[in-house]
Design a binder for this molecule. Structure first.
Ligand code: ADP
Ligand code: MG
Length: 721
């Protein structure tokens, strides 16, 4: 008898075992059983009424067979006519010798293949088949149930593979089951051994469905138990409580705010304040559309941390954004950011200092920043990845705010946590709406808050798709840009490419479906083009991209923020966070090069200041799916709806891949678009399971799976370096 770890060699034929190992890395019984059929064929098919492309599985008898030498190739070819009693069809094999002794006239077999056409006649080329013993009745054959079709393995007939799996199943021991009995019972799911039988040799398709359901539940449970253990470990961590008083820095800031917080902002703010005032570190994800006011809420939490004697770090995904955050936070704080400069009376309590830390800062400024961070005089540190470096030492890091989580990995988050003497509270902000299923899997170890309403006074953004193949439309677009500038407003033009020598800045969006004819629009070309355009004569048009020197970037952004630049032609560096209220129009060139969420993010840059926003998506793509994607973006401004559309258009692996910042996905069976119920149920089971049996002492098989999963994760992390 065999278990999952039993080697295939010796159990199945040497050639078959060899092919499986070479082509698919399949060495054990478990490996083979995990090779799941992609489809199942019913064999009620008859030979009448077939058309090219049909998959048939049929019991038929060989009527005639001839072997002849081939003219253009070596070897002999076998052509046979088979019949189901009423209809005939030809079958052909290019290697007659392997078949001529089996497919003799009169032989009865189960044939499986795809219908093709040769010289006007339908045929099955190289069908899989198995000769049926005469004593086996047609009825018994019919009872065999759906025939599995496996992923293609070179040099192995599907039929041979299926027979090989059947053989292995015949020798299978009862397998230890990682899915606890109570979970199985609650959802009426088969045990592991039955699951494999139902997948590989089902009586009907209902069994297949149940078995697949069970695999998804198992995967979801393993995942949720991993996350559950992480949550529990975190809950046992202790840290310092950080609460603001009612007369200090935070109150002074609130008094300065030129607007009222929305109800949603107040609610989230209260949650953050309560969680930071606990001895357990906060670990929260804040989702909200671009412009929903996340940054203001986060800043309040940072001020509370500072007021309570600690420091706060705000991590931005790019240098441009870090600079922008630093500037806007400093401006919002006004005199409150001038701590240490006014050194009399109580003023010192009600102020702090905000420092910037990025990779490309001049040495002097950098070492000054490091000194302030280490001394604790810098209450708020805004920066990029540079904050992770070992030389950066905080005096007392109390709160870490991460802007735009999707660009940071879990490991980096952990590295920052390690910078506090006690674990800091953590707040992650994202403007990319995360569907519930993804929140429960990828971010399953965090609590979530959502800001749903936009602050009052925000204007709707209208979006249109502009066909780039129509010169009149393109011209009209630039004229529209000219009119907007004439009206005193500013415009973004976004391009997928920089267009200098070292061009490699490609968008992360789905470009593979776009046949690459011309290279996509470039920033530098567009700047030249627009400067020469009559509609924009005399306007100030400047480039912006990641390879500009830091001081130039900074100067351009400052000039744009001050209204001294009319049109900013940029790569996606302006994707997130950049906030210029006077910018009202955005043109995206070759918009099909960007993903749905990315476009949604981008257009959130306009319509921020009480003026209506307009977004024009230019595209020359003739790929229908690309146009559909753009039309979807034009049709709604509901980020959650777009996230859903996005999710259904991408493969699951891509979704997770992106969310896990490039880490390889270990999710095989779960479908993030559809399996919300399973994931939610698994989360509940995992929580209950861990409450009763924290170390899984009574669930050794599940524990083993989890350790395996964690090993994979560690391996992936080390691979990444
Ligand atoms: P997000 O970080 O979610 O993109 P921000 O916090 O940057 O949003 O806010 C976007 C803009 O809206 C900023 O100019 C901010 O000052 C402003 N804002 C934030 N909250 C409110 C509010 N409650 N009422 C009016 N304006 C607000
Ligand atoms: Mg923001």
């Amino acid at each position: 008898m065999a278990g999952l770890a039993t080697p295939l060699k010796g159990l199945v034929g040497g050639t078959t075992a060899g092919s499986l190992l070479r082509e698919r890395g399949i060495a054990t019984v478990g490996d083979l059983l995990d090779l799941l059929p992609v489809r199942y064929l019913g064999h009620e098919a008859h030979l009448s009424g077939l058309v090219v492309g049909d998959q048939v599985v049929v019991v038929a008898r060989v009527k005639a067979a001839t072997t002849r030498r081939m003219q253009k190739r070596r070897g002999t070819m076998l052509t046979a006519t088979i019949t189901d009693g009423t209809t005939d069809i030809d079958i052909t094999f290019f290697d007659a010798r392997a078949h001529e002794h089996k497919l003799l006239p009169g032989a009865r077999a189960l044939f499986a293949g795809q219908v093709s056409e040769y010289r006007g006649r339908l045929q099955l080329a190289h069908p899989g088949y198995t000769i049926l013993p005469e004593e086996l009745s047609e009825a018994e054959v019919a009872q065999r149930g759906p025939i599995p079709e496996y992923p293609y393995v070179k040099k192995l007939h599907n039929w041979t593979l299926a027979e090989c799996v059947r053989l292995v199943l015949d020798h299978l021991d009862d397998l230890p089951d990682p899915l606890p009995d109570e979970v199985r019972a609650a959802h009426d799911l088969p045990d592991l051994t039955t699951t494999y039988r139902w997948l590989h040799r089902p009586d009907d398709l209902h069994q297949v469905e149940r078995a697949r359901e069970r695999l998804r539940m198992e995967e979801a449970l393993v995942l949720q138990t991993v996350l559950g253990r992480r949550r529990r470990a975190r809950e046992r961590e202790t840290t310092r409580r950080r609460a603001a008083g009612s007369h200090g820095l935070l109150a002074a800031f609130d008094a300065r705010l030129p607007f009222e917080l929305t109800a949603g902002q107040r609610e989230v703010a209260a949650t953050l304040a309560a969680e930071m005032d606990r001895p357990t570190p906060m670990h929260r994800l804040l989702q909200g559309e671009v412009g929903s006011g996340k940054t203001v809420v986060a800043l309040r939490a940072m001020l509370a941390a500072v007021e309570a004697g600690g420091q706060a770090a705000l991590l931005a995904p790019t240098e441009v954004l870090a600079i922008q955050h630093h500037r806007s936070i400093t401006a919002m704080l006004g005199p409150l950011a001038e701590g240490g400069m006014l050194s009399f009376g109580d003023e010192a309590d009600a102020s702090t200092r905000v420092v910037l830390l990025t990779g490309s800062m001049p040495r002097r400024a950098r070492s000054a920043a490091l000194t302030e961070i280490a001394a604790g005089t810098a209450g708020i540190v805004v920066g990029t990845h540079a904050i992770f470096q070992d030389v950066v030492e905080f005096h007392d890091l109390a709160l870490v705010v991460v802007d735009e989580q999707h660009r940071f990995g879990v490991e980096q988050r952990e590295a920052l946590r390690a910078k506090g003497a006690e674990p800091p509270h953590v707040l992650v902000m994202t403007a990319t709406p995360i569907p519930r299923t993804v929140a429960m899997t990828v971010y399953g170890d965090m609590e979530t808050s959502v800001l749903r309403e936009l602050p009052r006074g925000r204007q709707p953004i209208t979006t249109h798709v502009v066909p780039a193949e129509k010169p009149a439309w393109v011209d009209r677009t630039w004229e529209r840009v000219g009119e907007e500038v004439a009206a005193g407003h500013q415009v973004y033009v976004v391009c997928p490419r920089i267009g200098d020598d070292g061009d490699d800045e490609q968008p992360t969006g789905p470009a593979e479906d776009a046949p690459a004819l011309a290279p996509p629009a470039a920033v530098l070309d567009t700047v030249a083009e627009l400067r020469a355009h009559p509609a924009l004569a005399g306007r100030r048009i400047e480039p912006m991209h990641g390879r500009l020197p830091a001081d130039e970037k900074d100067a351009t952004m400052s000039a744009f923020a001050a209204g001294d630049v009319d049109v900013l032609v940029s790569t996606t560096v302006i994707e997130v966070g950049v906030d210029v209220a006077n910018a009202t129009v955005m043109v995206v060139r070759d918009a099909d090069r960007f993903g749905i969420s990315q476009l949604h993010q981008l257009r959130g840059r306009v319509g921020r200041g009480g003026n209506a926003g307009l977004c024009l998506l230019m595209t020359g793509s003739e790929v229908p799916a690309s146009r559909e994607r753009l039309e979807a973006v034009a049709a709604t401004t509901d980020g959650f709806e777009l996230a859903r559309v996005d999710l259904t258009q991408r493969r699951e692996g891509d979704v997770l891949g992106a969310a896990q910042s490039g880490r390889r996905s270990r999710i095989r069976y779960l479908r993030l678009t559809q399996d919300e119920e399973i994931i939610a149920a698994a989360r509940e089971h995992a929580t209950a399971l861990l409450a009763a049996d924290p170390d899984l002492a009574h669930h050794p098989v599940l524990r083993e799976r989890i350790e395996h999963w964690l090993d994979d994760e560690r391996a992936a992390f080390l691979e990444k370096g």
